[in-house]
Design a protein around this ligand. Structure first.
Ligand SMILES: [Zn+2]
Length: 109
């Protein structure tokens, strides 16, 4: 069942095909500060509406998008080589409860 979500102010709306079964929690310097919990989906299955701003960090080939109004991280996408999937900030999804899903810790520090 599709799940919708939005940033705090509602300017950015996201829809994914189903609720995440697990999310990634990463310990890199960015995720540590932003508290991202990432759910992965094929690019084609994710709808993002509204304007976002991409932060591109160093030579990492991903754009990390956020809402320019309220600042919530929304999703990330690769800039170069296609991974075939993208990341959505699971905390924005309606009804998301971090205590109800498996949280996989990624060691990227
Ligand atoms: Zn917003």
């Amino acid at each position: 069942m599709p799940v919708k979500g939005s940033c705090h102010c509602g300017a950015v709306r996201i829809e994914v095909p189903h609720a995440p079964e697990w999310v990634g929690s990463c310990n890199c310097s960015l995720c540590t500060k932003t508290g991202w919990l990432v759910a992965y989906y094929p690019d084609a299955d994710v709808k993002v509406e509204g304007e976002t701003v991409a932060y591109v960090w160093g030579d990492r080939m991903i754009g990390i998008h956020h809402c320019p109004t309220c600042g919530c991280g929304t999703h990330w996408k690769t800039l170069g080589e296609d991974f075939g999937r993208m990341g959505v900030h699971a905390r924005l999804l309606d009804g998301f409860d971090a205590s109800k899903v498996e949280v996989r810790l990624f060691d990227n520090a």
